[in-house]
Design a binder for this molecule. Structure first.
Ligand code: RTP
Ligand code: MG
Length: 159
């Protein structure tokens, strides 16, 4: 059945290497997350190993941009975060804005990609696109965590 009204959803957010290289920009994005009601449950900075990148983006393996995408995502440190709030998945993707930055700059200039995006590849961030994807992606970036425990904890508001 449907989740209870007000139940919090989890999503995996990535701040990709283009933005993660700028500490003040990372802090700006963290502030925007919190202003928009997200609780940051987990945060880690890491250089993504190639194997993780290829698994994470496995659905794009046959796309022309796959080498460019995996080279970029492994090129430098990024920030991985688990965010929680009601409708976390759609709200975080709305804050990011559409994927294609050259268009997003015109159509959604106030979104994170509209403001900070550099190209269709260097496009600021990632957000899970479904609850199933969120579970899979959080497991890939935070294999040491128990997803169900994390979800339970997220249902209790922060003190
Ligand atoms: P994401 O998965 O990162 O949230 O982005 P999305 O769903 O909005 O976009 P998707 O189509 O799933 O593409 C995944 C990532 O691939 C890179 N990309 N590069 N033409 C290109 O060079 C190109 N097209 C897509 C982007 O980094 C995109 O976020
Ligand atoms: Mg996608």
């Amino acid at each position: 059945g449907a989740a209870a009204a007000g139940a919090r959803q989890l999503t995996l957010a990535l701040i990709k290497p283009d933005v993660a290289a700028h500490p003040h920009r990372v802090e700006t994005i963290l502030r925007i997350m919190r202003t928009n009601g997200f609780e940051v449950l987990q945060r880690k900075r890491l250089r993504v190993p190639r194997e993780l990148a290829e698994t994470f983006y496995g659905e794009h393996r046959e796309k022309f941009f796959f080498p460019r995408l995996t080279n970029f995502i492994t090129s430098n440190d990024l920030e991985a975060l688990v965010l929680a709030r009601p409708e976390a998945i759609s709200v975080w993707r709305a804050l990011l804005g559409p994927t294609k930055v050259h268009r997003t700059r015109i159509t959604n200039p106030g979104t994170l990609r509209g403001l900070f995006g550099l190209s269709d590849t260097r496009n600021v961030g990632h957000g899970s696109d479904s609850p199933e994807a969120a579970r899979r992606e959080i497991g890939l970036f935070f294999p040491e965590l128990d997803y169900d425990q994390l979800w339970e904890a997220a249902q209790k508001p922060a003190a």
